[in-house]
Write a protein that binds this ligand. Structure first.
Ligand SMILES: [Zn+2]
Length: 154
C-alpha cells in the first residue's frame, strides 16, 4: 500500500472539490480532509490550514501533471458559472416597479433595486457565502438605472 500524501492545500472548498472531481475522473484515488470544518465556517479556513487534498504517493507525478495541464482553469470556470446560475435561481435579483424611482442622472424610470455592482468583491466569496447561507458581510443594495448604468441611493 502506497503512502498517502497531501497533494495540495486549498482555501476554497469549492475549488478543492473541483480538483478532486478532476482527479477522480482520471482514475486517481484521492480524498479531502478538514473539509467539514472549513465548510461550516469559512472564516476558520485559515486557522485549520485549508482543505487538504490527499493522494497516494505513487500518483503524485500524474496528479500534478493533470493539474498543470491547464484544463483545470477551464473546469474551474465552468464550475463557477454553474454555481452562479444556481445562485441566480435561488436568489433572483429583485426589481421594484419601474415607476417607483427616477434615475437622478438621465431621468429614466427604468430603475431597479439591486445589489451594488460597484464594490462587488470576489464573486467566489459571495457564491460560497450564499451557498452556505452565511453572510460574513452585508450586501449593499442600491438603485441601478438600466438605461445609463447610473447607481444611486434614494
Ligand atoms: Zn439613468
Amino acid at each position: 500500500m502506497d503512502k498517502i500524501v497531501v497533494l495540495e492545500t486549498f482555501y476554497n472548498p469549492i475549488e478543492a472539490n473541483i480538483v478532486k472531481a478532476r482527479l477522480l475522473d482520471s482514475d486517481i484515488q484521492c480524498f479531502l480532509s478538514d473539509e467539514n470544518s472549513v465548510t461550516i465556517n469559512p472564516l476558520y479556513t485559515q486557522a485549520l490550514g485549508g482543505v487538504k487534498l490527499h493522494v497516494f504517493e505513487g500518483d503524485v507525478p500524474l496528479a500534478q501533471s493533470i493539474l498543470r495541464e491547464g484544463g483545470l482553469e477551464n473546469s474551474f470556470e465552468e464550475g463557477t458559472e454553474g454555481l452562479l446560475a444556481e445562485v441566480e435561481r435561488e436568489f433572483p435579483v429583485t426589481e421594484q416597479a419601474a415607476s417607483d424611482f427616477i434615475c437622478s442622472s438621465c431621468g429614466s424610470s427604468h430603475v431597479g433595486y439591486v445589489q451594488a455592482t460597484k464594490n462587488r468583491f470576489n464573486i467566489l466569496t459571495t457564491v460560497v457565502s450564499l451557498l452556505l447561507m452565511v453572510y460574513p458581510f452585508k450586501a449593499r443594495q442600491t438603485h441601478h438605472c438600466f438605461d445609463c448604468g447610473h447607481e444611486f441611493d434614494v
